[in-house]
Design a protein around this ligand. Sequence first.
Ligand code: NAD
Length: 258
Amino acid sequence: MDKGIGIAGIAGRMGRLLAEEVLAAGAKLVGGIDRPGVDAQGATLFADIAALAAAADVVLEFAHASAVAAHAPAMAAAGTAWVLGTTGLSAADEAAVARAAERIAVVYAPNFSAGVTLVLALAERMAAALPAEQYDAEIVEMHHRQKVDAPSGTAIGLGRAVAKGRGVELEAVKQSGRDGHTGARRTGAIGFATLRGGQVVGEHTLLFAAAAEHIAITHRAFDRRAFAAGAVRAALWTRGRPPGLYSMMDVLGISQAR
Ligand code: NAD
């Protein structure tokens, strides 16, 4: 990396850890952007995403979904690679990310830990092997009380992996927030349950429940460093990479089921 790595959301929980991990990886930290008045702990603050993108080879973004639609064209115009970890994106936000990926390398992942990336690959394979008519898929997640979006991006990623394994669209089968007289469970539905409390960094369980057996796979993150280290690895991986929308599976070289 000639110029170095920039961070959008540099004063946040993830941003501060990312700054440490960039330096721990022996890379150069050019600085970042955040909201006015925040404590960036001595890092250089740029005026906006365009200024940061011009100064960096790659920008790590872990900020807020409301920033993504404006940041996507700015990143594309600068020709700077983008590692996007922000969750809670709308379909329109994701379309803006896909448009940017026509011009720059974008690594977009709901979870940058190696463990969850493997779980996502396994989820797709399990879903492809277990008939949806017999195995009810439920996803349970718990996070700290400050988290603003639900279900978590990782839970939605798990749902997408199951849907992909079953050859359906998640939006057509998603069932979240059950309350009151919901009626019987729909065959083929992918259910979500969200817990919030304390300072849980991130817990996800994918359960396939059949009449005669249950199969569950659980990931627990104890330290955000699992995400930060993976994101910095993704940032270094973008060097020389052609434009495209990449996932953490591409970074780790994990092949997908189909
Ligand atoms: P946080 O609230 O601690 O930090 C977010 C930071 O972004 C804050 O400093 C805030 O001031 C800043 N910010 C908000 N809007 C901004 C804007 N328009 N421009 C620049 N900066 C802005 O949150 P966090 O726990 O660090 O998480 C940040 C995001 O990353 C969330 O969407 C979270 O779900 C996601 N996340 C993703 C992963 C992953 O592996 N993909 C892991 C952890 C968190």
